[in-house]
Design a protein around this ligand. Sequence first.
Ligand code: CUA
Length: 372
Amino acid sequence: MKLNRFAIYIIVGAVFIAIGVFVGLTARLFPVAASAEAAAVDSLFNFMLAIAVVVFLIVEGGIIYSIIRFRRRPGDETDGAPIHGNTALEITWTAIPAVIVFILSIYSYQVYVTIRNPEPKDNEVRVGVIGQQFAWKFTYEMPEDDDPEVTPELRERIKQYMIDSTLYVPLNRPVRAIIESQDVIHSFYIPEFRIKQDATPGRVSEAYFTPIEKGEWWVICAELCGVGHAAMSQINRVVVLEQSEFDQYIATLYAKAKETASDPRSPEVGRQLVINKYACGACHILDDAGLVGNIGPSLNGIATRAEGHAERGEGLVGGTDAAAYIRGSIVNPNLYLVPGYAAGIMPQNYGNPNVMSEDDLEAIVNYLLTIR
Ligand code: CUA
């Protein structure tokens, strides 16, 4: 009889472990694994899942077994047995989880270290990732340029425009993302690459990944960062390109940046800035630039309305004309609030030239003055 029960424990335990191993090996709970690092994360997760399944079956199985086996029979009015403590059992159910947690902590720490501190590689690509309310923007390194007209000073100016609202990365090359925030804490998250890293104001952090699948996915913000947080996960895409396509993209971006640097306050530059650099589309509608946000007031016909505000002297900064109203709305948005919209939602830091340069501000004002 005693041996019999022991055999049952062994059989049930073996079945539970087999189910756990099966679930761990076959579960596909995550989206496509598009980076080289994803495999290690998935293995770790599935290993934990397998253990969790076994524990779940033991605990829930024990409960269901006890409910049936020890239920009250009809006519049984006696008390339950006076059981108090079981030292062997308590040592067992403390020791086994302790061993499991110990193994998991070593395993997960190893995965963490491999992903967080990869060997520096010669062929790595560096991209800048900047979080702002409520979009991401991405900066790229400039290619070589032997044009003698490009002075170091001009090169500094061109660098400002090596920026885009889409993250382009080359296939099969390690990418080092240098992550910053312009205002509050955001979290740079690409589920398909299995990377998530906070963007913290006042400090620079990094994330690493090697794309191994061609494709296009969302760049998500995984930190509640304000009223537009949810929208921030549906603004920016990451696109994995072949190396040649990536080189072509960088060359085109550089050519455009060079053109912009020669006439940095033109309306066309302003148009590019509202689309690619300042993420105005996270909150505003503007048909001319394809912006579809719905958190702030629409910018359609803004030039016409700005004239009315200028006549009434509302929200003007640096002048008395329509340009002054638009400038005021950007650098000091609480000065005049469009009825129905609350103070403090529009970013408050565009008056800081380190956040929005004089050139960029004037270009955007000049562009919005053309929106009638
Ligand atoms: Cu940025 Cu949430």
